[in-house]
Ligand binder design. Structure first.
Ligand SMILES: [Zn+2]
Ligand SMILES: [Zn+2]
Length: 142
C-alpha cells in the first residue's frame, strides 16, 4: 500500500496491492496536463484506489483515440490521475495514477518504469529509462 496526495493536501489517494504496470509517457497531452516534459504513471484497477476529497474532472480524447477523464485537485491544480472511458461513455476500470503524487520516494525507487510510451515525443536530451520497453505511440491499456 502507498499513500499520496496533491500539493495543498485536500485530495488524498491510497492504493492497495501493486501497480499493474508503470509507464513513462512523453505524449503531448501529458506535457500539457502537468507542465512537465513527461509523466510517470502507475496503472491500477479503480477498485484498488481509495480517493478522499473532490478532484475536478476534465474530459478529453487522448492521442490514442481513447476517451480519458483527467482529475486534478480543484484547489491547487495538482494532476492526480486519468481514467479511461469505455466507448459507451461509462468509466472503465483502468486508472492511470500520476506517480509523482506519492509521498514516499521509496515506493518510486521500488518501481522502475516497465515501459516508455510515445518515445517519439521525448525531448532529445533525455535518455531512455534503463530496462524499460520503448514504444512509439501507446499499447492498449489493460
Ligand atoms: Zn490540492
Ligand atoms: Zn501521455
Amino acid at each position: 500500500m502507498a499513500v499520496g496526495g496533491c500539493f495543498c493536501g485536500k485530495v488524498r489517494i491510497e492504493y492497495s496491492g501493486q501497480p499493474i504496470t508503470s509507464a513513462l509517457c512523453h505524449c503531448f497531452d501529458c506535457r500539457k496536463l502537468t507542465g512537465t516534459l513527461y509523466t510517470y504513471n502507475f496503472v491500477f484497477k479503480m477498485a484498488d484506489l481509495k480517493i478522499t476529497g473532490s478532484p475536478k474532472e476534465v474530459a478529453k480524447t487522448a492521442d490514442s483515440g481513447n476517451q480519458i477523464k483527467n482529475y486534478f485537485c480543484s484547489d491547487c491544480g495538482t494532476p492526480l490521475y486519468g481514467l479511461k472511458m469505455e466507448s459507451t461513455g461509462t468509466p472503465g476500470e483502468t486508472v492511470i495514477l500520476r506517480a509523482g503524487i506519492l509521498d514516499d520516494i521509496a515506493v518510486l525507487n521500488e518501481h522502475k518504469p516497465k515501459v516508455e510510451i510515445y518515445t517519439d515525443g521525448r525531448v532529445n536530451w533525455i535518455s531512455p529509462a534503463e530496462g524499460a520497453d520503448q514504444l512509439i505511440g501507446m499499447p492498449p491499456l489493460p
